[in-house]
Ligand binder design. Sequence first.
Ligand SMILES: Nc1ncnc2c1ncn2[C@@H]1O[C@H](COP(=O)(O)OP(=O)(O)OP(=O)(O)O)[C@@H](O)[C@H]1O
Length: 249
Amino acid sequence: MITLNNVSKRFDSFEAVQSVSLSIKSGEIHGIIGASGAGKSTLLRMINLIEHPDEGDVIIDGETLNHLRGKRIRQIRQSLAMIFQGYHLINNKTVFDNVVTPLELAKTPKTDRAEQVLESLRFVGMEELKNQYPSQLSGGQKQRVAIARAIVNQPKVLLCDEPTSSLDPNTTAEVLEVLQRINQEFGVTVIIVSHEMEVIKSICTRVTVMADGRVYKEIEIDPTGVHKMEHSAEGFINRLKPSGDNEHA
Ligand SMILES: Nc1ncnc2c1ncn2[C@@H]1O[C@H](COP(=O)(O)OP(=O)(O)OP(=O)(O)O)[C@@H](O)[C@H]1O
C-alpha cells in the first residue's frame, strides 16, 4: 500500500503539488490524469523521492520513506522501478547491457545476471534484439527495453511517466498490454501518469484526476471496462488536449 499524506512540492514560490493525499492499493493499476502542468509527474516523482516533498509523508507498506536514511531507503527505492516518456536508455550500451545495469548496481551475483536479463527481455519480446543499440530500435521497442530494465530486479511497484505519449496507437496498445501482464503475472502495482483518457481507461482500475496541483476527483473503473465516472469528471477529462499544447486546467 502506498499512501501520500498531505504532500506538497514547491518550485521557488510556485506550488506544483498542494497538500495531496492519496492511497494506492497493492496490486492495482492506478492512473493519474490531468492537463499539462497539473502536477502529475511531480506527484509520481515524489513516490520514489526523485522529488522530495516539502511537506507531508510518503508511506510505503507502513514505512515513512521520507524519514528513512541509508541502506533501508536504497532497498525500498530499488523496489520502486520507473519508466519515462523518453525511455532514458544509455545510447552507447546494447539492449543487454542496458538491462543488466540495475543488477550491477544491486550487486547481483555475476553468474545470475545473464539469465535474469534474458528472462526479462523474453517477457517483453525483445530477446532477439539483445545485441542492438537503442538507435537501431523503434520507439515501442525502446520502451519495451526500458520496461525490461525496470522489471529485471523484480520491483513491487512500477511508476510510469507518460509511457506511451511518444508512441502511435498500435504501439501504445502493445506497451499497455506488457504493463498489464506485469501487473497480472507478477502482482506488481502499476501507477501510470498520462494526459490520455484512452490509455487510462484501457488498463486502470482506479484513477486520480489532478488539476492545479490538487486532486480533483477519484474514479473507480469497473473490470468489465465500463467506467463509473461522474459526469463532471468525464467532461473535465474530455476537455484535456494533447500534451504540449494544453492550457493549465
Ligand atoms: N524542476 C522544476 N523546476 C521548476 N518548475 C517545475 C519543475 N518541475 C515541474 N515544475 C513545474 O511544476 C508544474 C507541474 O509540473 P508537472 O511536470 O508535475 O506537471 P504535469 O501534470 O506532469 O504536466 P506535463 O504533462 O506537462 O508534464 C508545472 O508548472 C512545471 O512547470
